[in-house]
Ligand binder design. Structure first.
Ligand SMILES: C[S@@+](CC[C@H](N)C(=O)[O-])C[C@H]1O[C@@H](n2cnc3c(N)ncnc32)[C@H](O)[C@@H]1O
Length: 296
């Protein structure tokens, strides 16, 4: 987007003119490069050449909506026809990977119940703000809401709210509705299902819905972790940033984590995905458990 503004459309048109290598179904090397650079600048997501086939597959979903027949025509529409402004959100929606589960990486939720929440209460916090910063379709923030609600009901407090953000508008739409397939809800144990999940009106549809009382505890918003500062209001006591850092390079990971730490109260907790590491970054945190960190 911004990186291409300095080039004239004629120059770009010349560069993406069909040639022997651009004819056919696949993206031309030049168009792949333009897309990869755009996606990286916009979202931080690395798009190495090894992901070309995956990218092509996902972009094909957009061709019909845009009204073009091929991937290189789609790029022509984006970069030469001024389509990028209106198409950016949809392009990013199709390139993000949204895999998630309820109670994914369950050790984190045990840590919250047994260590982080008692500690935060002992620190004197009466109200906890919890942030799921790459929330996908909502399984993570609704799991957090279940864990928080269990704790609050057992101990009589504290008050809490959950902010759930993501870059993709598609996943946020699903998350807000709080409707999931019965298969997806399976990791939620029976006791919690009774308390927090509503039985379907029409069982044949195989869908369940998160209870309105729990949904009311979770607010959803679009937020790009590439933003230079995060407009999330007061500092958080708990931040989850799981299974998104893996899509970023080291430089981007450190910038994102630095900004997240700025939004964490001293003594607050940061959870990253089990396959993610923050080793080597200059961050104001100390490790307190596997992939769990506390702000100093
Ligand atoms: C694999 S999902 C992880 C979901 C959840 N945190 C979990 O661990 O189950 C990664 C999510 O990160 C989001 N994402 C990717 N780049 C992002 C960015 N720059 N800012 C905010 N969210 C982003 C994607 O849209 C996707 O929903």
């Amino acid at each position: 987007m911004r990186a291409f503004a300095s080039k004239t459309s004629a120059a770009l048109a010349e560069e993406s003119r069909p040639s022997a290598s651009t004819l056919g179904d696949g993206l031309s090397p030049r168009n792949f490069e333009l897309l990869a650079r755009y996606i990286y600048d916009y979202s931080g997501i690395k798009m190495p050449i090894t992901k070309k086939t995956m990218l092509e597959g996902r972009l094909r979903r957009r061709l019909r909506f845009v009204g073009v027949d091929g991937l290189n025509q789609y790029c022509d529409f984006l970069f030469n026809g001024g389509g990028i402004e209106s198409e950016a959100i949809h392009l990013i929606d199709v390139v993000t990977t949204n895999k998630t589960d309820f109670f994914r990486e369950p050790a984190h939720f045990d840590h919250m119940t047994n260590k982080a929440l008692p500690d935060l209460v002992a620190q004197g916090h009466r109200r906890l703000r919890v942030w799921s910063s790459a929330c996908s379709i909502g399984a993570e923030p609704y799991t957090l809401a279940m864990v928080m609600e269990d704790y609050v009901q057992a101990k009589g407090g504290p008050d809490y709210s959950i902010l759930a953000t993501d870059l993709s508008t598609d996943v946020l739409r699903v998350a807000k509705r709080g409707i999931f397939s019965a298969a997806m809800i399976e990791p939620v144990d029976q006791e919690r299902r009774k308390r927090y999940v509503m039985e379907p009106r029409d069982p044949a549809r195989g869908e369940v819905r998160i209870h309105p009382k729990l949904r009311a505890k979770v607010g959803f918003a679009r937020l790009n972790l590439m933003d230079t500062s995060y407009g999330v209001g007061d500092a958080m006591q708990v931040i989850f940033c799981r299974n998104v850092l893996i899509y970023f390079d080291k430089k981007t990971q450190e910038k994102v984590l630095t900004r997240l730490c700025d939004k964490l109260v001293p003594g607050g907790y940061l959870y990253v995905g089990h396959s993610e590491t923050i080793t080597g970054f200059a961050l104001p945190v100390r490790q307190v458990a596997n992939t769990v960190f506390q702000r100093v």
